[in-house]
Design a binder for this molecule. Structure first.
Ligand SMILES: Nc1ncnc2c1ncn2[C@@H]1O[C@H](COP(=O)(O)OP(=O)(O)OP(=O)(O)O)[C@@H](O)[C@H]1O
Length: 234
């Protein structure tokens, strides 16, 4: 199956000289189309950093990252933004909803950026409201929703543009375990039914287990990267 994410020997540091923090030191990761992968590791191990590099939100790194066959280190900012809008849905811990817009307008925000009208998106919106269980709440404001419902709005917003990949940074980090489990079930459904590849960062082993496999970041490297470099056994 085709790889939609290929991270090869990536190095990333913040700061300079004495203040330099080396975060990634030869990280490698491959995610196939349709996979649901959980990225784990200690606090500060560089999980979010790696996710943001893959999403093209930070362009300063050494090594190679290719997303949907595109070498993102070589792309111009304009093409990178177009790729983000077209291919990637981002989900964050704190939902990042626009407070004065209702549920449906929040969900339609990326498509309105792409110049698509509400009428054009109506069928898709109805489908995504049904999948995320938000049909009854379509006119509600974020402040009228529970944390789990707000995260479902963020998921609907990420999915309505039919992305190839969802990149989620601690999507359940702000939720209790029941709401977290609901979000993970929704991820599984979206992954299976829509074939969207998912890479999620999580601290929770329970949430990680919803994925097909777990990749661990240790000492700036993924376990997959560490294996590649391991000396051959006698
Ligand atoms: N913009 C930045 N400037 C300087 N240092 C940064 C920046 N972003 C992250 N770091 C540092 O890089 C390291 C990795 O941070 P990152 O957020 O990727 O870790 P994480 O594994 O996602 O952690 P957590 O699980 O606590 O969210 C940390 O030491 C952090 O302080």
């Amino acid at each position: 199956m085709a790889n939609v994410i290929e991270v090869n020997n990536v190095y990333k540091a913040f700061g300079k000289g004495e203040n330099m923090t080396k975060v990634l030191s030869g990280a490698s990761l491959t995610v196939e189309k349709g996979e649901f992968v959980s990225l784990m590791g200690a606090s500060g191990s560089g999980k979010s950093t790696l996710l943001y590099l893959i999403g093209g939100l930070d362009r300063y790194f050494n090594g190679n990252i290719s997303v949907c066959g595109m070498d993102i280190g070589k792309m111009k900012e304009k093409d990178l933004s177009a790729m983000r809008l077209d291919k990637i849905g981002f989900i964050f811990q704190f939902y990042n909803l626009v407070q004065n817009l209702n549920v449906e307008d929040n969900i339609l925000l990326p498509s309105s950026v792409q110049g698509k009208s509400k009428a054009e998106m109506e069928a898709k919106l109805t489908e995504i409201l049904r999948i995320t269980g938000l049909t009854e709440k379509r006119k509600a404001k974020p402040s009228e929703l529970s944390g789990g419902q707000q995260q479902r709005v963020a998921i609907a917003r990420a999915v309505i543009g039919d992305p190839e990949i969802i990149l989620a940074d601690e999507p359940t980090g702000n939720l209790d375990s029941n709401a977290g489990a609901e979000i993970m079930k929704l991820f599984s459904e979206i992954n299976k039914e829509k074939g969207i590849t998912i890479l999620q960062v999580t601290h929770s082993h329970k949430c990680a287990a919803y994925g097909d496999r777990i990749v661990e970041l240790v000492n700036g490297r993924t376990d997959a990267g560490a294996e590649e470099e391991a000396p051959a056994a006698e």
